[in-house]
Design a protein around this ligand. Structure first.
Ligand code: HDD
Length: 713
């Protein structure tokens, strides 16, 4: 029996209702073949005698095995592993002045969405906690057709032109001779490519930062990355960059923790999303836009068409215009999450592209890939991809066609059907591309305005807190430390030295080699020989701002413990009243609280009541929790068990908030614990069993997420 979910009426949208007729429910139903013939024996194939060979005429066996043999489809070439959910988008503020997109005009409208989060490099079965970019793809089922915002959790990209995408991905994935490593960039081919691609340096800063190991999908930002256009009723275009800002703040885990989670629960992010929705703790993001009028296009020191650049929020503030809420898990992973097909080219009137060469190339790739992945030009008919807006056109037939197009005509113009389906005027909602004037030679070239590869990488590094900087240095020590060829390490140190000397020296120290004196390799072999190569060497532009607060996670939202997983560690003889009080307090703040003890089953309280244990030290681990609250009890040996101390020590090492009985203060495992307790760094000492007395400070510490200053570098 499936566990009943706590889903509320909020969970249904016009899209989820649209899926109902396609949803099968086997409850109280009889087993049948695909032809509807009822089956009376699903355990034995048809044989010539009960010890004889299976007969070919066993159509029930043949159908079952044939279908099974064909269950797999190719996984996505990138973003293969993911998790999705349904929800809706509400608009706070009409954007009518800038865009005619109806779902961004009407504040009374709730637009259904399906969102898929993903890692990029690993295959479908890889771990959620790989150091990687996360996909953040949103399909808006608007009344004017589907609009897809296919973004990432980082606002820039590795390359400036889509023609390099296959090279980037080939270099990042497992090496072609042995397909090693899985879901990891810490290997020669990736860093070989990057060391020859100085334009990737800004993205490398993001990818080596803690953003690449998020605590959960619900605690990461999303970005449309490219500059897009809003187009209003008067055909006026405004450049726009999209941001998703999580209401739970932007939080990450520690790298050591990420690696351990990958072993203990490789589905950690999927599970977190699933459980949050089942518990009614719906993840939420606000949609923000940065708007730049056309006439300001060239006011920045960088090119708005360059996808390796952000517009610092200090230059153009992010205006919050709406909210996305995820309220319902898929009914079926394959039917929805696997078969959903996103495409940056799924547009509605009022939104348009720019000439960003990365975006332009994407416009080809996404439909093309669905053809091999989903197998037919009719992939738009798969229920999850089908718009809620009506579809009428003269496209016909093809593999797996579902729609039954009635009538005699499938062409236009026609007179037999009075010209139907007819074209719509722009005023009536027909899509018209922005009439950008272009008068230019056909040329394979890149604008010189794309050649500032370092200033925003430097801006990012300089904007980090000291622990965040240390994490970037350590991540690069790890990644480049796994590289075998010294030349590659050397080239990378050269590039890093152009970003920041603290960074380059820190990484070099870890690699045990010097930063090269001549940092730049002759990198631009890709420039055609008849061009003056010097002209295309990286240039450095003074950034308009030295630091940008929005780039550091230090300043993120830290006022909620909603959805936090908290371990209450207790053994027999625990003060049951105190434990229940803390449990209720934390649950009231919407934390997910679990009792962890030595054995499964139950523990007896000091008043001989029984408390159910959720996990023992074998079935869970400190890395799967955000914080630990440790209770004293009448059995002193409990707290000194290796498993208990290991649990506390690990939570402590990963800079998590912990509340522990005062008696543990001298444990050798917990060096500096006294100092951190005194300095208010997430270590809370429970004196005389007064657990209630520390509840407030514990909640505050959990909301703070981590106390990275406790780390030693
Ligand atoms: Fe892409 C999938 C995001 C550049 C080609 N991409 C894919 C997904 C996301 C992104 C989130 C997963 C969608 C899903 O959940 O199904 N991709 C990006 C972003 C990019 C980007 C933010 C740069 C700003 N992508 C990019 C380029 C190309 C592709 C330059 C090719 C020229 N991407 C693909 C693809 C995928 C894909 C091969 C694989 C599966 C799919 O499309 O449906 O077409």
């Amino acid at each position: 029996m499936q566990k009943p979910s706590k889903k509320t009426s909020q969970s249904s949208t016009d899209k989820t209702k649209d899926l109902i007729p396609d949803t099968e429910n086997a409850e109280q139903q009889q087993l049948s073949t695909n032809q509807g013939t009822l089956i009376n024996d699903n355990q034995n194939s048809l044989k010539a005698g009960n010890r004889g060979p299976t007969l070919m005429e066993d159509f029930i066996f043949r159908e079952k095995i044939m279908h099974f043999d064909h269950e797999r489809i190719p996984e996505r070439i990138v973003h293969a592993r993911g998790a999705g959910a349904h929800g809706h988008f509400e608009l706070y503020k009409s954007m009518k002045q800038y865009t005619k997109a109806a779902f961004l005009n009407d504040t009374s409208k709730k637009t259904p969405v399906f969102v898929r989060f993903s890692t990029v490099a690993g295959s479908r079965g890889s771990t959620d906690l790989a150091r990687d970019v996360r996909g953040f793809a949103v399909k808006f089922y608007t009344d004017e057709g589907n609009y897809d915002l296919v973004g990432n959790n980082m606002p820039v990209f590795f390359i400036q032109d889509a023609i390099k995408f296959p090279d980037l991905i080939h270099a990042a994935k497992g090496e072609p001779d042995n397909e090693i490593p899985q879901a990891a960039t810490a290997h020669d081919t990736f860093w070989d490519f990057i060391s020859l691609m100085p334009e990737s340096m800004h993205m490398i800063m993001w990818a080596m930062s803690d953003r690449a190991i998020p605590r959960s999908f619900s605690r990461m930002e999303g970005f449309g990355v490219h500059t897009f256009r809003f187009i209003n009723e008067n055909k006026v275009s405004t450049f726009v960059k999209f941001h998703w800002k999580p209401l739970l703040g932007v939080h990450s885990v520690a790298w050591d923790e990420a690696q351990k989670i990958s072993g203990k629960d490789p589905d950690f992010h999927r599970r977190d999303l699933w459980e949050a929705i089942e518990e009614g703790l719906y993840p939420e993001w606000e949609l923000g836009v940065q708007l730049v009028p056309e006439e300001k296009e060239f006011d920045f020191g960088f090119d708005l068409l360059d996808p390796t650049k952000i517009i610092p929020e200090e230059l153009v503030p992010v205006e919050i215009i709406g909210k996305l809420t995820l309220t319902k898990n898929p009914e079926n992973f394959f039917a929805e999450t696997e078969q959903v097909a996103f495409h940056p080219g799924h547009l509605v009137p009022g939104i348009d592209f720019t000439n960003d060469p990365l975006l332009q190339g994407r416009l080809f790739s996404y439909t093309d890939t669905q053809l091999s992945r989903l197998g037919s030009a009719n992939f738009h008919e798969i229920p999850i991809n089908r718009p809620i807006a009506p579809i009428h056109n003269n496209q016909r037939d093809g593999h797996m066609r579902h729609m039954i197009n009635s009538g005699k005509t499938s062409y236009q113009p026609n007179s037999i059907r009075g010209g139907c389906p007819f074209q719509t005027t722009i005023q009536q909602g027909g899509f018209a591309s922005h009439a950008e004037h272009i008068d230019a030679p056909k040329i394979r070239d890149r604008s010189k305005s794309f050649f500032d590869h370092f200033s925003q990488a430097t801006l990012f590094f300089n904007s980090q807190s000291q622990p965040e900087k240390n994490h970037i240095i350590k991540a690069l020590r790890f990644e480049l430390g796994k590289v075998v060829l010294k030349d590659i390490q050397n080239r990378m140190l050269g590039l890093l030295s152009l970003v920041n000397s603290e960074l380059a020296n820190g990484v070099a120290e870890g690699l045990g080699m010097p930063v090269p004196e001549k940092p730049l390799y002759p990198i631009n072999e890709s420039i055609p020989a008849d061009m003056v190569v010097e002209d295309y060497q990286p240039i450095s532009v003074n950034s308009a701002t030295d630091k940008s607060q929005a780039l550091s996670m230090e300043f993120t939202i830290k006022n909620t413990i909603k959805g936090r997983k908290i371990a209450l560690i207790a053994g027999n003889g625990v003060d049951g009243v105190a434990l229940n009080a803390i449990k209720e307090r934390l649950s009231a703040e919407k934390a997910l609280v679990k009792i962890v003890s030595s054995n499964l089953g139950t523990i007896n309280t000091n008043e001989n009541n029984i408390i159910k244990v959720d996990f023992n030290f074998l079935t869970t681990s400190s890395v799967l929790f955000d914080a630990a609250f440790v209770f004293d009890n009448s059995n002193p040996s409990f707290l000194h068990q290796t498993e208990v101390l290991e649990f506390i020590k690990e939570a402590y090492t990963h800079c998590k908030p912990i509340a522990i009985p005062f008696g543990l203060i001298d444990r050798p495992e917990l060096t500096n614990i006294k100092v951190f307790a005194e300095e208010d760094m997430g270590v809370i000492l429970i004196k005389d069993g007064d657990t209630n007395g520390v509840a407030d400070s514990f909640i505050e510490a959990v909301a703070n997420h981590r106390f990275w200053e406790r780390e030693t570098f």
